[in-house]
Design a protein around this ligand. Structure first.
Ligand code: NAP
Length: 367
């Protein structure tokens, strides 16, 4: 029986991963152990029979596992992964963090899109399998049909990313911000819209408004900056669009340009993106629709109609589900051979936990 260690199960990605394991009963017959950086010795989750948590900072304890899954974060990976490999540990490392994604001896996993590359990596003896950036993975799930057909000359993706993309602490802070604004509104039941706007604006600009995690108000506002600055004016989240997309589809030598602006918005869960897609040739809208619709089992083409869009193409409609709807698909007025589209997907599922979960199943079948 293979031993599997799970680190970071308490965080957003980790809790969604555990939820998926429970739903699919994936861990039956697996000897699973849970680790923590902060709670070693305390009782672990039911999936591990409540056994005491192991120490995620102990390379010795980690090295007892055949497979490790980390949802703990990039700093943790940077610290512990080199120690483990240096100690001679030859197990498989599956990770949600970005630290190892661009390493030459890692494979970025999104199996509905790049299963042949994953199989090749396994054959080549690769042992580090890293989930892709959430918006990039969701873009590829939505546009796979056009990429597979070789029809994408470039993509501009402007994102609308939810609070949960920044982790559990940030989600809790967004709720506190909503509550703060709700309290300010409730204090003036008879106020006009303009009066309400003024008092909410006052709260948003008050230094006591909760914003420790985000560094700025997100509720009733937005933040057009995610992650750190990169040379050339991009943020790192924007930089990942092109770098990771081409790594996932195996086109690093001949990359498809991808660029756009990444924006944090006040949705709780699910990232949305508006695409402008320059095509390599003239493609009829019907053909583009068929390619998109048939590319994988999870993409769902939403008719470009108001009612369908309101009902099916929003974080409120999509959150917690594995489907990746794409709609508002139309030809552009800007240039010939250009499309516009809009997609929403649960970034904690296809953008994080689901590729990790499926990679574990692939490994359990093989080793
Ligand atoms: P997170 O929610 O901040 O959790 C990470 C760790 O923080 C937990 O495992 C836990 O570790 C600790 N923690 C501290 N306070 C906590 C609290 N109040 N609730 C829960 N956990 C708390 O991070 P995450 O969003 O899951 O992200 C993990 C990694 O996945 C990151 O590298 C991230 O970049 C990547 N990722 C995230 C997403 C996303 O949508 N969130 C998508 C793709 C990739 P201990 O139990 O050891 O204390």
């Amino acid at each position: 029986m293979k031993t599997v260690g799970i680190i970071g199960w308490r965080g957003m990605v980790g809790s969604v991963l555990l939820e998926r394991f429970r739903q699919e009963n994936d861990l039956e017959g697996v000897d699973v152990h849970f680790f923590s950086t902060s709670q070693a010795g305390q009782p672990g989750p039911d999936l591990g029979g409540g056994a005491p948590l192991l120490d995620a900072n102990s390379a010795d304890q980690l090295a007892q596992m055949d497979i490790l899954i980390s949802c703990q974060g990039g700093d943790y990976t940077k610290e512990i992964h080199p120690q483990l490999r240096a100690s001679g540990w030859e197990g498989a490392w599956i990770d949600a963090a970005s630290s190892l994604r661009m390493m030459p001896d890692s494979c970025v996993i999104l199996d509905p899109v790049n299963r042949p590359l994953i199989d090749q990596a396994l054959q080549d003896g690769i042992r580090d399998f890293i989930g892709g950036n959430c918006t990039v993975s969701l873009m590829l799930m939505a546009l796979q049909g056009l990429f597979d057909a070789g029809y994408v000359q470039w993509v501009s993706s402007s994102t609308y990313q939810s609070a949960s993309g920044a982790g559990a602490r940030n989600m809790i802070e967004l709720c506190k911000q909503f509550q703060d604004l709700g309290n300010a509104a409730a204090a003036q039941p008879a106020a006009t819209a303009l009066e309400l706007d003024r008092s909410l604006q006052q709260r948003l600009q008050d230094p006591s408004f909760p914003q420790e995690a985000f560094g700025a108000p997100l509720a009733a506002s937005l933040i057009p900056w995610i992650d750190r600055a990169m040379p050339g004016g991009q943020t790192r989240e924007e930089w990942k669009g092109m770098a990771e997309c081409n790594r996932i589809i195996g086109r690093e030598e001949n990359p498809v340009p991808v660029d756009g602006t990444c924006v944090r918005v006040g949705s709780m869960r699910c990232h949305a993106q508006a695409f402008t897609i320059k095509l390599t040739r003239n493609v009829l809208l019907d053909e583009a629709e068929a390619l998109i619709r048939d590319a994988n089992d999870w993409v769902e083409l939403i008719p470009n109609e108001k009612e369908d869009t309101l009902q099916r193409l929003s974080p409120a409609a999509v959150s917690g589900g594995l489907t990746v709807p794409i709609g508002r698909l139309r030809s552009s007025l800007l240039e010939p051979n250009m499309l516009h589209a809009f997609s929403v997907g649960d970034q904690l599922l296809w953008g994080a936990a689901e590729p990790l979960r499926r990679m574990l199943l692939i490994l359990l079948e093989r080793i």
